[in-house]
Design a protein around this ligand. Structure first.
Ligand code: 5GP
Length: 186
């Protein structure tokens, strides 16, 4: 059986990665599974442990690093995020294509170390739209919002490192483009 593809899916915080993903993840032709990350960030009020993230303590996160359990990891606006390695390997060995929804530093680690991957960067239609989305989450203090905004600007400079970029004009259109890209590469 052909091993599944590792698909790096990035884009600045607030660009709508999760919403777009919901429009393509269940497409039967793509044979996709979503890799749930580990994070030290506190859950937002609509987030569920082991569904949206594995929410862990700083100590648990450090243990995962020490035990080589993470495929990549990075810190983002004061919290740590990482991809559990075992799930990704198991699923790829079963032939599934695995979506890693990760920020750019973690993406760079994978681009350097894994030969068979596909990378897609989701762009916002403009910066005003991005700022509105980050603010409308309404879950973080102004200081964190400002950090996410400045991080978003620096992340946008990374777009050229990716195989493909897609603009999130609407979730439906962005998802359709992503489906086409994945189909072409699997
Ligand atoms: P948020 O706090 O908004 O959920 O996530 C912050 C950023 O971390 C987002 O860009 C998100 O895609 C990214 N992220 C989520 N999980 C991981 C991960 O496992 N590794 C890395 N490097 N970034 C992640």
């Amino acid at each position: 059986m052909k091993k599944g593809l590792l698909i790096i899916y990035s884009g600045p915080s607030g660009v709508g990665k999760g919403t777009v993903r919901e429009h393509f993840i269940d497409d039967q032709d793509l044979n996709l599974v979503y890799s749930i990350s580990m994070t030290t960030r506190k859950p937002r009020k609509d987030e569920v442990d082991k569904v949206d993230y594995f929410f862990v303590s700083e100590e648990e996160f450090q243990d995962a690093i020490k035990n080589y359990e993470l495929l990549e990891y990075a810190s983002f606006v004061g919290n740590s995020y990482g991809t559990p390695k075992q799930y990704v390997e198991d699923m790829r060995n079963k032939g599934y294509n695995v979506i890693l929804e990760i920020e750019v530093e973690g993406a760079k680690q994978i681009m350097k170390n894994a030969s068979d991957h596909l990378s897609i960067f989701l762009l916002p239609p403009n910066m005003d739209e991005l700022e509105n989305r980050i603010r409308n989450r309404n879950s973080e203090p102004e200081e964190v919002v400002q950090k996410r905004l400045s991080k978003a600007e620096s992340e946008l400079h990374m777009v050229d490192e990716y195989d493909y970029s897609v603009c999130n004009t609407t979730p439906e259109q962005a998802a359709a483009e992503i489906k086409r890209i994945i189909k072409e590469n699997i």
